[in-house]
Design a protein around this ligand. Sequence first.
Ligand code: SAM
Length: 223
Amino acid sequence: MLDAFDDLPQVRNLREHTYEALGDTIVDVGCGSGRAVGELAARGVRAIGIDLDPAMIEVAIERWPIGRFHVGDATALPLDDGAVTGYRADKVLHTLAEPELAVAEARRVLARNGRAVLIGQDWDTFVIDSDDPELTRTLVHARADGMANPRVARRYRNLLLDNGFIDVTVEVHTIVWTDAGCLPVLASIAGEGSWLDGQAARARNDRLFVAVPIFLASGTRAD
Ligand SMILES: C[S@@+](CC[C@H](N)C(=O)[O-])C[C@H]1O[C@@H](n2cnc3c(N)ncnc32)[C@H](O)[C@@H]1O
């Protein structure tokens, strides 16, 4: 599911954008299967991927032997103070009960003038065309309610400001998805059943429409 999303041309461009201004030593926290670390390492950046899930780290090492990967927790990173020039967390903070601890940890591991980038979707704002808008709204909100922090993306700016960052900027880029590659994401929201069948029929008839606003906030470590 992540691969299908991360392969979209719009998402590739957005990911490239997150690599800007992060310097030569970057930690990717919640790195998943390691794509960002691999892409950064391939361009000569010292890139370190950290993920809580050992299975993810195994996949990352296999897929991206050029990168460095470690099992670790976003709220207690296995890095010294000031160890990195850049920090990124892509689609991660919604999984954390206390995302402010991760942002404080970002500040700790960043060197002077280091920059952090937080990126992800707000799980309440999936826009899905369907024949039953009310059910769609219910399904989207039910999925969001099952997460630790479904609306954290709209808090990125405040989290950075409240945890020792300055020069904070925010952008929103909306991903539009109209092909069957989106169906696993919709299945993760709705499960199997007639609603998903309806979306699959839309995909077959080229009538699928999903829009996902992606929030991207960045800030510089305050001294
Ligand atoms: C939705 S995935 C995103 C993966 C990757 N960043 C990407 O953009 O494809 C979220 C990742 O965060 C990891 N994660 C969840 N809680 C974490 C924590 N406390 N510390 C580090 N990683 C965590 C999960 O194991 C998972 O790999």
